[in-house]
Design a protein around this ligand. Structure first.
Ligand code: GAP
Length: 516
């Protein structure tokens, strides 16, 4: 199936099975805003728990915070967001569509690189084991020409971005014949800066009201509480502050479902260290965070680091953890060495000393910061796009069928087990109710007695329920039930009294945390 179709199917599945709905749907939706349904909210909460526990539970020197969304407007002046949290915007005069100039150029470079990749893969298939990629890259005329083209555009692009040269960005678009995907024309406006922060008014609408922003990242709430947490928690450097919360960005190009939203959620951790030790800690957190991702079992080959060559003005190192989505490798998480920029700026703008007295060094300093920042929604998309599968299965009568199954790790699954009486009579529903009553305090359980047992299994597969418990007539005689495993579809007969232990062991988050 084409990658685009895979993605469309995923979006449709999320809607059909109560994971994600377009926001305000009965009013035709609101662009790039989504609501999480009954299963979506459970999965989202489980993702957040996995992250929170890996930070706060596993690290004695990391504590949590929940700062407000509204903050003093000067915070965003100090952080640089008022002046520099901009995207270069360009309109196509024919289609009236709006684009990010940098994204148009990056996508153009990616297309050229894809051509090179295809050429290489074709040769690899042709020459088999004797294929030497390095030599091929150095000698194949088409690859050499395309690589030179990609390098030339990339170097112009980086220079223009670093210098915020908007004219040059437009010129790159014109020189490379980049067209509007809708109108196909090169009829572009000038490039101009667009600030991504949403602003609103706080207080009465008369003179006293002041302009405030919806936070575009949760990080600043951590920086401005640095001293509060350090002092009240008697924290010693190195230490971290973790926070999960909503962030808002007026994205110009909001696309790809929940990948780029206007209202989203972040899980951020700022780790405060001694100046000079930051790059060592940066490497440390790169490893820790990659382990956190790969522990989910979706294949190490699907993740990669993308080290930044163009660094933000406050960073001295930065990398993205990218995942192979159905639309290619894309950023899921950013890890940034933010130097002492933020604390220093807040010290200057607030006029309050923000320093740490290091008892070991006997001196005060502004700590340096390593940040790990991941979007909950993007992580959600990564998980469901890896989990959703169409599988061919062989039925008992030998014919084949397909099933749609969400292969979610058990501890992330919204519903842990479905309890199903084989028939709606002979006392089987009553036993099912008793089992639910026994297990509902520990696990999210669902009672299901509608349709044939096969259809019920399919329904639970589509939701991602890892275990189905079936009560049949044998249960009445010997207090046993069958557990049917979602991934293997195998069934096992077990005592009702052992159910709780069996499932607890399988859905426990602790076994995953122990891998980190
Ligand atoms: N405090 C640093 C910071 O906010 P970022 O790279 O802009 O860094 C961090 O964002 C993460 O937040 C991204 O890796 C992504 O997972 C998520 N994110 C950013 N913008 C988003 C958006 N518009 N929609 C969904 N997730 C987003």
């Amino acid at each position: 199936m084409a990658q685009e179709d895979v993605f469309k199917k995923l979006i449709a599945h999320c809607k059909e099975y109560g994971y994600i709905f377009p926001s305000s749907e009965i009013y035709d939706g609101l662009s790039a805003v989504y609501d999480y349904g009954q299963y979506g909210v459970e999965l989202k909460n489980n993702i957040k728990k996995y992250w929170w526990d890996s930070m706060v539970l596993l690290n004695e020197n990391i504590v949590g915070l929940d700062s407000a969304i509204f903050m003093h407007p000067t915070i965003w002046k100090a952080s640089g967001h008022v002046d520099a949290f901009n995207d270069p915007l360009i309109d196509n005069k024919d289609s009236k569509k709006r684009y990010r100039a940098d994204v148009l150029i990056e996508e153009h470079i990616a297309k050229i690189e894809e051509k090179i990749h295809k050429e290489i893969e074709k040769a690899r298939t042709k020459f088999g084991d004797s294929f030497d990629e390095k030599k091929f890259r150095q000698t194949n005329a088409r690859v050499i020409t395309n690589q030179a083209k990609a390098d030339e555009i990339n170097s112009r692009y980086l220079k223009a971005m670093n210098a915020t040269d908007l004219k040059e960005l437009r010129q790159i678009i014109l020189d490379n014949d980049i067209v509007c995907p809708i109108s196909g024309s090169r009829n572009w406006t000038e490039v101009r800066q667009f600030n991504l922060m949403f602003a609103t008014e706080m207080g009465s609408t008369t003179d006293g009201a002041s302009k405030v922003y919806l936070r575009p990242e949760t990080a600043q709430g951590i920086f401005v509480n640095f001293l509060n947490v350090q002092k009240t928690g008697r924290m010693k450097i190195p230490f971290g502050i973790a926070q999960i919360g909503k962030a808002f960005r007026n994205e110009i190009v909001a696309r790809q479902f929940i990948f780029r939203m206007r209202e989203f959620e972040q899980m951020e951790m700022q780790f405060f260290v001694q100046p000079g030790s930051e790059l060592e800690w940066f490497r440390h957190w790169k490893n820790i965070r990659m382990k956190w991702h790969t522990a989910l079992g979706y294949g190490e080959e699907n993740y990669r680091f993308h080290d930044h060559t163009k660094l933000a003005h406050y960073a001295n190192a930065a990398t993205d953890i990218e995942y192979k989505f159905p639309f290619g490798f894309k950023e899921v998480e950013g890890i940034h060495s933010r130097t002492d920029f933020d604390l220093k700026q807040h010290q200057e703008f607030s006029g309050k000393k923000i320093q740490y007295f290091d008892p070991e060094k006997g001196e005060s300093y502004i700590p340096y910061v390593i940040e790990t920042s991941i979007g909950v929604d993007r992580m959600f998309l990564q998980i469901i796009s890896s989990a959703l599968r169409e599988e061919e299965i062989i039925k008992e009568n030998g014919t084949t069928d397909t099933r749609t199954v969400m292969k979610l790790p058990s501890f992330l699954a919204p519903v842990k087990l479905a309890v199903m009486p084989l028939v709606k009579k002979d006392g089987l529903p009553e036993i099912a109710e008793k089992i639910i009553h026994l297990l509902r305090f520990d696990f999210n359980c669902q009672y299901d007695d509608k349709d044939s047992i096969g259809r019920r299994y399919r329904r639970q597969d589509a939701i991602g329920t890892p275990y189905c418990i079936t009560i049949d007539h044998q249960t009445i005689d010997d207090d046993t039930v069958t557990i049917r495993y979602r991934d293997t579809m195998l069934q096992e007969r077990v005592k009702i009294s052992s159910l709780k232990d069996i499932i607890a062991e399988k859905v426990s988050i602790a076994s995953l945390l122990k891998k980190l």
